[in-house]
Unconditional design. Structure first.
Length: 265
């Protein structure tokens, strides 16, 4: 797997959204600053833990769908801290030849990911250092090019990450990647919305802003535009529990997160 040399600086005194997410999921890769910020967010919207779990389940269902659709190469951008049932585990369970590249720019995410993935997947899983704000750097990374064949169908995933890029139009991030992706490729996105429970959503967004991680919840129409140039697969862009879920669905009104998968024709 990919390893970049040099030490990394781990700032554990400032809350980080990846570690807050880990806390919501019941993980242990978080620090006091993360727990404090996460608890503040939970006081504003206790449903955040349910949203985190449903978002994780959506990712796993999406990966299973993509593998069943013949996809064997995945680019997971803004991957966050590894936790149980990561994208590569789901993909390679059903298709051992699946190749997965994780992209993140946060040092602590990279440290944990590399430790977890060391020796996994017989060289078919890599973690690279890059920023979602610079898609050209991702496309030009030699490790990406080594593992991902852009002349063949692939999947690019932005799972609950685009909201943390408030200073760019998400279409400007996805567009260059879309142009490189072969016909038959897929785009998977999940993204929080302010379409309902707006007061709670904005309070949570304010918590993230004060934690030095500004977050922008977007409307359904704004998220749909990010899929420009792709065609949605059923059921389209929906709240994440509704996306190809055969299990029970509880308290749908509490899950202010949309998810969708679309195909490049």
């Amino acid at each position: 797997m990919s390893r970049r040399s040099g030490p990394v600086e781990l700032n554990t005194h400032i809350a980080h959204p990846a570690r807050m997410y880990d806390y919501y999921l019941g993980g242990k890769d978080n620090f006091a600053a993360d727990r404090e910020a996460a608890e503040e967010a939970l006081r504003s919207a206790p449903e955040i833990r349910d949203i985190a779990r449903e978002n994780r389940a959506f990712m796993q269902r999406a990966v299973r769908f993509l593998v069943a659709s013949g996809i064997r190469q995945f680019l997971d951008i803004g991957a966050g801290l590894p936790t149980q049932r990561n994208a590569h585990e789901v993909a390679q369970e059903f298709a051992p030849d699946a190749r997965v590249v994780y992209v993140d720019n946060d040092p602590i995410v990279l440290v944990h990911a590399r430790a977890l993935l060391a020796g996994y997947g017989q060289g078919q899983t890599k973690v690279i250092t890059a920023d979602a704000r610079d898609p050209q750097a991702i496309l030009g990374d030699p490790d990406v090019r080594k593992l991902i064949d852009f002349s063949r169908p692939m999947a690019t995933m932005f799972i609950s990450v685009l909201q943390f890029i408030p200073d760019m139009d998400p279409e400007d991030i996805v567009g260059p990647l879309r142009e490189e992706m072969a016909p038959g490729s897929f785009l998977a996105i999940s993204h929080p919305t302010q379409d309902f429970r707006k007061d709670e959503v904005l309070k949570v967004a304010d918590t993230y802003t004060r934690a030095k991680a500004p977050a922008v919840p977007r409307t359904r129409a704004e998220i749909e535009r990010v899929f420009g140039g792709f065609e949605f697969v059923d059921p389209g862009l929906v709240q994440v529990p509704l996306w190809r879920n055969e299990g029970p669905i509880f308290d749908l009104d509490r899950i202010w997160m949309y998810g969708g998968v679309a195909r490049k024709p």
